[in-house]
Design a protein around this ligand. Structure first.
Ligand code: SF4
Length: 344
């Protein structure tokens, strides 16, 4: 095993991708990037990360940020509670650790929103603590390497993999963890054919030997998601439209949305509903878009409603107002894009 671990660490040092959060071992940088990477691929995260760091370059600025600005910076990443927890954790670091990021796993894991995976990543990469990170990439590499048919959806499998990895004689906890995760992302691919020919683990890999990589990892079938139909209304008046803040608590709370109601409404019903904005001139069917959350799907049919006059002008906002000030989640961004197209 020692030989393959050495191969992996060397491979990582020689081949690691250049990423903005790898310029140093600053725990703030690693923390923010790890939380962003939990939901999005590396290529997409880079621009979000850079924008976030320009606005909030350190823990103290994160602790003081207004919630609306924080959500705006997180716009498009989804899982907005993660952003809220970042701020809570930053406040705790300022109040209880004098602004210094805690430097041990056992302290880091006490921070709001930080679980075993993130605490292990930060403590191993930034402080060299002997911890291991177990994510989907790591479990795929592990089960292929050992031809292990354990179900990775089970906590017991994750724990087994964690304990096995922790027993390995790696030299650098950070390089070992990042190497294994990186290998899963760029070599031992989840979809398509893994690049075994250039894999540093090939010599010991049982699924390479058996040519059965496609059988791993074993996991539960995905649950069927609840589907909800919504009708989205995009009223247009003087090149402006209406957005509102979603209620708290609830899904996407405190983020902004276009007016919407449950059900697939007819044009006549949309016309009736739109009277609360003002006098309706005409209605046009716009796009249908399905947004998939972790546990449900929104199937949305949208309408443009052109208004002659409005009841309350203050409720209507221009494109730049919305872009600059309101965090619009990805579920609603296709309608905003269509709105901009409609104004051209
Ligand atoms: S040899 Fe192939 S299957 Fe085995 S770990 Fe490497 S890339 Fe994955």
């Amino acid at each position: 095993m020692q030989e393959y671990i050495r191969n992996l660490e060397e491979w990582f040092l020689e081949n690691k991708r250049v990423l903005p959060w790898r310029n140093d071992k600053n725990p703030y940088h690693v923390w923010i990037s790890e939380v962003m990477l939990q939901q999005t691929r590396i290529e997409a995260v880079i621009s979000y990360y850079e924008r976030f760091m320009r606005a909030l370059p350190d823990i103290s600025s994160l602790a003081k940020v207004e919630d609306d600005q924080l959500l705006k910076l997180w716009e498009g990443l989804g899982y907005y509670n993660r952003a809220r927890n970042l701020k809570k954790a930053a406040v705790m670091i300022m109040d209880e650790y004098g602004g210094e990021f805690p430097n041990t796993y056992s302290e880091i894991i006490k921070l709001p929103g930080i679980g075993e995976y993130t605490a292990s990543a930060i403590s191993s990469i930034c402080f060299g603590e002997r911890q291991v990170t177990v994510d989907g990439n790591v479990m795929r590499v592990f089960t292929r390497f050992y031809n292990d048919f354990s179900n990775i959806s089970k906590d017991s499998t994750r724990k087994m993999i964690h304990d096995r990895l922790l027993s390995f004689p790696f030299l650098s906890p950070g390089n070992f963890n990042e190497g294994l995760m990186e290998l899963g992302e760029v070599i031992c691919l989840p979809n398509g054919i893994p690049k075994c020919d250039i894999c540093p683990l090939r010599g010991g890999c049982l699924s390479y030997k058996n040519n059965n990589y496609f059988m791993f990892p074993v996991k539960d079938e995905k649950k069927v998601k609840e589907e909800i139909e919504l009708t989205v209304i995009v009223p247009i008046w003087e090149k402006k439209t209406y957005v509102r803040k979603r209620k708290s608590p609830g899904l996407l709370h405190n983020l902004y949305e276009f007016y919407n109601v449950v059900g697939n409404k007819s044009a006549d019903e949309v016309c009736e509903l739109s009277k609360e904005f003002g006098r309706v001139k005409s209605i046009k069917t716009s796009i249908c878009y399905t947004h998939v959350f972790s546990h449900k799907k929104w199937k949305m049919q949208s309408y443009f409603v052109f208004l002659e006059s409005v009841i309350c002008q203050d409720m209507f906002f221009s494109v730049s107002d919305i872009e600059d000030n309101f965090a619009l989640p990805t579920a609603f961004s296709p309608f905003f894009y269509q709105f901009k197209e409609e104004l051209k």
